[in-house]
Design a protein around this ligand. Structure first.
Ligand SMILES: [Zn+2]
Length: 421
């Protein structure tokens, strides 16, 4: 590894998202809006005086308007969760024909005027038909291939971002060639970090779009400092897409509601924030990661959890993976144990430092099998699934942090996030 002996650097944390992990949310269906008669989009063929031919946006004459998109850019995906690739981005007020819904009711199977068929989050459409009449549809389960939005960039370019289009919560790799540089500092979305020299004159690092980053173009600034201390700033634009993360309504018993007091986890979060703020310059992992347990997904990344009718809401900052108590939890990639102890909210907890500001966390363990400072290889047993901390049932909450910000772990399972072109 061609690592210049960089000091461990600190970065400024952005808005620390409110975290309430582990309260196992059994997502309940949210039938949502009032039913209005299913109307039809009239072809609105009112030729203007000049009678210019109307371009593209003409829907087919009897396109059923079951719903309208109610945000500026809504991802239409290949399946009913955010792990599926984006097929199309629908603009605000785009008419939507609904052909079915998933089991939870959080996603609709739709057809657009462009005749693209896919799935979109029910939260972001204004329903114009009777919800009860929408049939449940079998869903394509395993997420197919890596993000369709990952447009490859020419590796010969001096400055590249891979991919240049990401969803909220997704990681990206930025690489800069600067022969004269001795140091490169990246700033993105309120966070900054020193990049690592990966080859002579080539610097790289991993950044991620926060879950609450506004969709649209966001700049990454790279400050290049040369031997003489001169600096200049390079810039690349990243397109952030709406993650389309669904909302889960969760009802908790009165006695459990007290656990939602945000102040309860403050000290714990402050402690973890300290850990995440250390950027180890060496990238310890290679390639695509392994799932830490074999069990299926019980709750996805980014879901907005709405507790007891709006008493509190929080983003789910990781994945909940199924597994009975005692199931082995394996290191998904090489890393060094940064923390291994019992915490009040997260229970028995392990955090691995993978380098480059990337950390992975494993919560609610019944057993911890590693000690701080230990270097673990992919597949090493680091603990066992349990129900410690604030949870209602055994499961593994698996979380990834990039420069302190929660990132979607699925990305690391699907592609080599750290591959420098
Ligand atoms: Zn969780």
């Amino acid at each position: 590894m061609h690592a210049r002996p960089l000091r461990r650097s600190r970065f400024a944390l952005g808005l620390a998202a409110l975290i309430l992990p582990g309260l196992v949310g059994c997502g309940s269906a949210r039938p949502g809006s009032t039913a209005t008669p299913r109307d039809t989009l009239t072809p609105s063929v009112t030729p203007t005086a000049s009678d210019t031919p109307t371009p593209t946006l003409t829907p087919t004459p009897t396109f059923p308007v079951d719903a309208l998109v109610r945000i500026d850019a809504l991802n239409v995906r290949a399946g009913p969760d955010t792990q599926h690739p984006v097929l199309e981005v629908a603009a605000r007020r785009t008419p939507v024909a609904i052909e079915g819904r998933d089991d939870s009711g959080a996603w609709f199977a739709v057809r657009l005027p462009s005749q693209i068929q896919g799935w979109l989050s029910a939260d972001y459409v204004e329903l114009r038909r009777d919800y009860a009449g929408i049939p449940t549809q079998p869903t394509p389960s395993p997420p197919p291939s890596p993000t369709a939005t990952a447009i490859p960039m020419d590796p010969s370019l001096p400055l590249i971002a891979l991919p240049p289009v990401v969803a909220q919560g997704d990681p990206l790799l930025v690489r800069l060639r600067a022969e004269d540089a001795v140091q490169v500092v990246a700033a993105f979305d309120d966070r900054q970090a020193g990049f690592v020299e990966v080859a002579p004159g080539s610097f790289a690092g991993i950044l991620s779009a926060a879950l609450d980053t506004n969709p649209g173009e966001q700049p990454v600034y790279l400050t290049v400092i040369d031997d003489a201390g001169n600096s200049r700033t390079e810039q690349i634009g990243i397109r952030i897409q709406n993650g389309g993360y669904p909302t889960e309504a969760i009802e908790l018993d009165e006695e459990l509601l007290g656990l939602l007091d945000p102040a309860l986890g403050d000290a714990e979060l402050a402690r973890l924030t300290e850990i995440w703020s250390v950027v180890t310059p060496e990238k310890l992992w290679q390639g695509v990661w392994l799932p830490p347990v074999a069990g299926g997904l019980s709750s996805g990344f980014g879901t907005l959890r709405d507790y007891n009718g709006g008493r509190l809401s929080s983003r789910h900052t990781g994945l909940d993976l199924r597994g009975p108590t005692g199931t082995a939890v394996l290191a998904p990639a090489r890393g060094r144990v940064a923390l291994a102890e019992a915490l009040p909210v997260r229970g028995n907890c392990v955090w691995l430092d993978h380098g480059w500001g990337v950390y992975s966390g494993y919560f609610h363990l019944s057993e911890i099998a590693v000690v701080p400072g230990e270097l673990v290889e992919p597949g090493a047993r680091i603990g066992a699934v349990g129900a410690t901390g604030r949870v209602t049932a055994p499961h593994l909450h698996w979380e990834l942090r990039v420069l302190g910000e929660a990132a979607n772990p699925v990305q690391w399972l699907m592609r080599d996030v750290g591959q420098v072109p």
